[in-house]
Design a protein around this ligand. Structure first.
Ligand SMILES: Nc1ncnc2c1ncn2[C@@H]1O[C@H](COP(=O)(O)OP(=O)(O)O)[C@@H](O)[C@H]1O
Ligand SMILES: [Mg+2]
Length: 383
């Protein structure tokens, strides 16, 4: 008898220790845990949940859920009823949960699981509640969404401005160009050699400005999605020759050798592309190559074609581009060295436009470059 009692005592002490350990574990789990009986009275509550709610465990234990949290009755009343009736668990993500702490209304969000507990003989015993406050996550997501909306509006504003500004700039530019031509042709009287040189400077500046304004306009159209390709059966060799010829004066002026390779007249590089747009891509790539290659350097344009594809490479011996900028140079307005813009001209849109144009053709564009050695820009089209 004595020994039996002693054994029972040890067992009791043991199971008390285990219970206490379990209680401590539950108290410290970083999630809210509660057990509600079928009358929705709190039978177990952990400290995490009480703290979340701005209450104490003692203030909750033994009391009905809707007495402790009256604001929750409207939403959770029917839900609890359904849980106990069906025995099916209920899970929710980022569910809103409003309550008051010392008269202060709290708007919170929770991920929660409500798990009905059923006895062995199938009687509902209560509901196990597991929840986790995610208000911060919801708030930061909301903030992010608001930021995106604001940024989109800003982007639109910039596109609208670009569009309006480039339209407005075009008209006076056309008139400057026209009058400079009149002067050059001697319509208003013969020019002295100095005056002639001045007119030439005006024309060169106008041309540069015209390119920038055209870039801005094209870019605005691309962004607005009102850009349409007009594909034609095109001899790409011709397009390349034309664009390269138009850039020869620039190359000469900069003392850069501009050479064309791989164009064999007997092998026409025929593809169905928009010749004006592909011409524009070439103009951008070759223009950049000349622009970023110092005097004495070399620019080569090479075209290769085979059964299914066409590849054009523009190689230069210029300043090159650091590896960490290779992707960014295709972004709008990005320039590796914006302070040299004044010297070179350009708005940082040429490559963004070229990429959009090549991709509109279903093609690819890329580069290989080593600073101080040179760059190779290429694009490939399927034919
Ligand atoms: N061939 C090249 N060599 C060196 N840098 C280049 C070359 N092509 C483009 N870049 C770099 O990429 C930037 C973006 O080019 P682009 O979009 O054509 O704009 P922009 O010519 O108006 O500056 C240039 O400012 C330059 O820093
Ligand atoms: Mg450019």
């Amino acid at each position: 008898m004595e020994t039996q009692l002693a054994a029972l005592r040890t067992e009791l002490a043991e199971s008390r220790r285990e219970c206490a350990l379990l209680d401590r574990m539950i108290a410290h789990v970083p999630a809210g845990i509660a057990f509600l009986d079928t009358d929705l009275v709190f039978r177990k509550v952990n400290a995490t949940l009480a703290k979340f709610l701005g209450l104490t465990v003692e203030a909750m234990l033994g009391r009905r859920m809707f007495d402790v949290l009256p604001e929750t009755r409207e939403y959770y009343g029917p839900l609890m009823e359904q849980l106990l009736r069906t025995g099916e668990p209920f899970r929710a993500v980022e569910a809103p949960f409003s309550y008051t702490v010392n008269g202060v209304p709290m708007e919170t969000f929770w991920d929660f699981t409500y798990m009905p507990i059923v006895s062995r003989d199938g009687r509902p015993e209560g509901v196990l509640v597991l929840n986790h406050e995610v208000s911060e996550r919801v708030a930061s997501q909301r903030q992010l969404r608001e930021q995106i909306t604001r940024l989109k509006a800003l982007d639109q504003l910039k596109a609208d401005f670009l569009n309006a500004a480039s339209h407005e700039l075009r008209t006076p530019l056309t008139s400057i160009k026209g009058y400079a031509e009149f002067l050059e042709d001697g319509v208003g009287g013969q020019l002295t050699p100095t005056q002639r040189d001045h007119v030439y400077q005006i024309q060169a500046g106008t041309q540069r400005l015209r390119r920038i304004v055209d870039d801005m306009l094209d870019f605005a159209r691309l962004e607005a999605g009102v850009f349409q390709l007009q594909p034609l059966r095109t001899d790409l060799g011709k397009v390349i020759e034309q664009e390269v010829a138009s850039l020869r004066p620039l190359a000469q002026e900069k003392q850069v050798v501009l050479e064309l390779r791989g164009l064999v007249p007997s092998v026409p590089l025929v593809a169905t592309v928009d010749p004006l747009r592909i011409g524009q891509v070439l103009l951008n790539l070759v223009g950049n190559a000349i622009k970023f290659t110092p005097a004495g350097g070399h620019v080569a344009v090479e075209a290769k074609g085979d059964a299914g594809s066409l590849r054009v490479e523009v190689r230069d011996t210029g300043i090159g581009i650091p590896a960490d900028c290779h992707e960014r140079v295709f972004e709008k307005f990005y320039q590796v060295n914006p302070s040299s813009t004044r010297e070179h001209g350009g708005a940082g849109l040429g490559l963004a436009i070229s990429k959009a144009l090549v991709e509109a053709h279903g093609g690819e564009i890329g580069l290989h470059s080593v600073p101080g050695e040179g760059s190779t820009f290429w694009f490939a089209l399927t034919v």
